[in-house]
Unconditional design. Structure first.
Length: 120
């Protein structure tokens, strides 16, 4: 692991309230005392695509402590261009289902890249 990636120890989540609640109950929550930055972003009916995009950019580009970013697949669809164009190794971006929206492998950007790699 390169020096630039050795600090990547956190899991970050962009999700609906049920997903974030479950992840926090599982113990992934972290709030930095100095900057008050969180490793989770709750998306509700009032959250704009711009706010969602900003959270994605923060976790993927601005923070160097995030190793894996989990995002509800239905939210990734709202910012699909950014999700599909993020090709860095870290943080790994994984699309997950939510309570109301089942997982669709045809929409998953990582799975689509793997299929292209194998010529499917």
């Amino acid at each position: 692991m390169t020096d630039a990636n050795k600090n990547r120890q956190l899991l970050a989540v962009i999700g609906d309230e049920d997903t974030i609640t479950g992840m926090l109950l599982a113990g992934i929550g972290q709030v930095d005392d100095a900057s008050h930055s969180k490793n989770f972003f709750v998306v509700d009916g009032k959250t704009t695509d711009e706010q969602l995009e900003k959270a994605f950019e923060t976790y993927t580009n601005d923070r160097d402590d995030i190793a894996i970013l989990l995002i509800n697949q239905h939210l990734a669809e709202r910012i699909r261009f950014s999700v599909d164009n993020f090709t860095n190794a870290f943080p790994a971006v994984l699309e997950i289902p939510s309570k109301e929206h089942p997982y669709d492998p045809e929409k998953d950007s990582v799975l689509r890249r793997v299929r292209r790699l194998f010529g499917e």
